[in-house]
Structures are given as C-alpha cells and as structure tokens.
Design a protein. Structure first.
Length: 182
C-alpha cells in the first residue's frame, strides 16, 4: 500500500501557475504514456488529453469504471470494496490501479517511456455523506511503471459550485501530480 496524501483539491504549489493545457502539452512532449480507469471524473482526464494535438502519441487506453460491477469485472476490485460504504476509499482506488495495470499488461508499450496508470473514485456533486457529514471527496492513485513509484491521494473537493466544476478541479490536480511524478 502506498502512502496517503490528504489535501484540498486546490492545495498544490503550482495550482495557479500551470494551465491544464500546458501540463498536457508538457506530458505529450515528454512522451509519457497515460492509461486511466476513471469513475467520478467520467473519463474527463483522457478527454482533456485528447483535446490537445499529439495526444495519440501518449494515450492508448482509458476506461470509464463508473459502476461497481465494472470495477469488479474489468479491474477485479473485490465486491466488498464496491459497496456505498467502501467504494470511495483509498483501498478501492488502489485495487482499481492494480487491476488497471494487470488488464493493460496484455497491450504492448508503444515506447521505452514509463506508463503512468491513473485511477480515481469519488463522491462529487450530490453524494451520500458519511456519518461525519463528509462528502465531496475523491481518492486517486498514480503508478509510474518506470520508477515503480505509487502514490494515493485523498482530495477534499469543497470548491466549485457544481459537479462539472469539481471534476475540472480534480482533473487539473491529477495532471499536476502526474507531471510531478515523471
């Protein structure tokens, strides 16, 4: 299990300095391949990449793993980690990442560059809050196949006035962390 970084979605030293499009252009230039299994961001991460010319050089696989059943069948997440009580958790994000890596092993790498595996699960927008009244949170896990580095984050997503805005904030944060991992 990786260490857990708990933080606010916008609490990153380069939050204001880096535009999402600049981060994507940087990652394309570096040739880092990115593979995703996304839940609460609805494949917004890969959509952000594919909005930039040259993304086909680094994106070759993305999955929308919104439902518990897809997490179980495609990513091999244990059923007990896909219940309402557990689906938004560090463990689920890490199980998703392990499953994504295993699923993608059947695809050859396009280059000698590292592959960054990204998984995310969360409650944003209208969400069932836990017993402490906490909602609007997301867990994402990044794995760099080149270095073996794994990192999981718990984001407090208390910014943005609607689900769409919250998704964009999460995507920006994930891209910043991918950039920092290479």
């Amino acid at each position: 299990m990786s260490s857990l970084i708990e933080t606010d979605v916008c609490d990153h030293p380069n939050w204001e300095e880096m535009k999402t499009s600049d981060i994507v252009a940087f990652l394309i230039k570096k040739g880092v391949h990115v593979r995703t299994a996304e839940s609460c961001t609805g494949c917004g991460i890969v959509n952000t990449f594919t909005n930039v010319d040259g993304s086909s050089k680094i994106i070759d696989f993305a999955a929308l793993t919104y439902s518990p059943e897809v997490k179980q069948v495609i990513l091999n997440v244990p059923e007990e980690w896909t219940t309402d009580e557990n689906i938004v958790s560090r463990e689920t994000s890490e199980f998703m990442n392990e499953g994504l890596v295993k699923f993608c092993q059947r695809f050859p790498k396009k280059s000698k560059c590292a592959v960054i595996y990204v998984t995310i699960t969360g409650w944003i927008g209208s969400c069932p809050c836990n017993e402490d009244g906490v909602g609007d949170e997301a867990f994402f896990t990044l794995y760099n196949s080149g270095t073996g580095q794994v990192q999981t984050y718990r984001l407090n997503v208390n910014k943005g006035s609607n689900k769409g805005e919250k998704k964009l904030l999460i995507i920006h944060r994930i891209l910043l962390e991918i950039m920092g991992m290479i």
